[in-house]
Ligand binder design. Structure first.
Ligand SMILES: Nc1ncnc2c1ncn2[C@@H]1O[C@H](COP(=O)(O)OP(=O)(O)OP(=O)(O)O)[C@@H](O)[C@H]1O
Ligand SMILES: [Mg+2]
Length: 279
């Protein structure tokens, strides 16, 4: 089943060839990160994500969400403290960690299928099973017939779905998604969220989902954290009631929504004086 425009809201099954790895816990212990010495981004952040947990990370633009993801992905090193995936401290990218960047970052000279294949684990790349997995993933993100297209032939939302398929290709034990659904329409987004939940539930994948969308966090996550301030800290850490995917009127959700919006509010930029407010 695919996420083609007429069935975008239907949960897509996880690709059958998915290897079933268990999730790995993710831990940040007293992590400090400063790009400028005078204004550290993090000065001692702690975050523990249990194996198989789906945690949404919210926070104002520039508060450090992508940096947090890059630290877990091993693309940034903490100045102090430790990042762990399972029992390993992260010193560089790990094969069991899948990452979807905030932008698609597809290789422009490779077609869509080859871009997805870049995400396969080494043993699968170039094999019949690997090719099958790529086809299944393209189908699962609604791009069954797009395998031969080059990145410049894709819309923004299509490119984002290719990037999601690439991140899923390695059947990651930890999946890091940095605003993964921003460029797709609402119906496709619901379908992709369902795909994510299906994949995560089958493989007990640990998911860190960065999003600007409080409703998305409330629908799909098991737990919601808000990053705020400078240096950034967790200004909210809330377990969500019931089971994802949730309806907006799920019992107990209104209270978490209110707390999330309140935690986000201090970092919202105020309107510059005189900007569009004169009658
Ligand atoms: N490599 C870098 N060198 C210098 N400063 C950086 C670097 N990466 C990030 N920053 C700074 O760190 C801060 C946090 O950036 P980050 O990309 O993590 O924010 P974000 O929360 O993901 O924002 P957005 O919601 O806009 O994506 C910003 O002030 C940014 O300018
Ligand atoms: Mg970001």
């Amino acid at each position: 089943m695919s996420l083609s425009p007429d069935d975008a809201g239907v949960p897509a099954p996880a690709p059958q060839a998915s290897p079933r790895f268990g999730g790995q816990a993710v831990r940040l212990e007293r992590v400090r990160k400063a790009f400028t010495a005078a204004r550290p981004l993090f000065s001692g952040v702690d975050l523990e994500v249990q194996a198989g947990e789906v945690v949404a990370v919210l926070g104002a633009s520039g508060c450090g969400k992508s940096t947090l993801v890059r630290l877990v992905a091993g693309l940034e090193r903490p100045d102090a403290g430790v990042v762990r995936v399972g029992n390993r401290s992260v010193n560089g990218p790990l094969e069991q960690v899948g990452l979807m960047f905030q932008e698609p970052r597809l290789l422009p000279w490779l077609d869509t299928a080859a871009n997805v294949a870049c995400g396969l684990r080494d043993g699968l790349r170039g094999t019949v099973a690997g090719d099958l997995r790529v086809r299944e993933l393209l189908s699962a993100v609604g791009l069954r017939d797009a395998g031969a297209l080059l990145p410049h032939q894709l819309s923004g939302g299509m490119a984002q779905r290719v990037a999601l398929a690439r991140a899923l290709a390695r059947a990651p034990e930890v999946l890091l998604l940095d605003e993964p659904f921003g460029a797709v329409d609402a119906l496709t987004r619901t379908g992709l969220q369902n795909l994510l939940l299906d994949v995560a539930a089958r493989a007990r994948t640990t998911v860190l989902l960065v999003t600007h969308d409080v409703e998305e966090a409330l629908r799909v996550a098991g737990r919601l954290v808000v990053l705020g301030g400078r240096p950034a800290r967790l200004t909210l850490d809330a377990v969500l009631p019931g089971t994802a995917p949730r309806l907006p009127d799920q019992a107990g959700l209104a209270q978490v929504r209110q707390r999330a919006l309140a935690a986000l509010a201090p970092d919202l930029e105020t309107t510059p004086a005189g900007f569009g407010l004169q009658g």
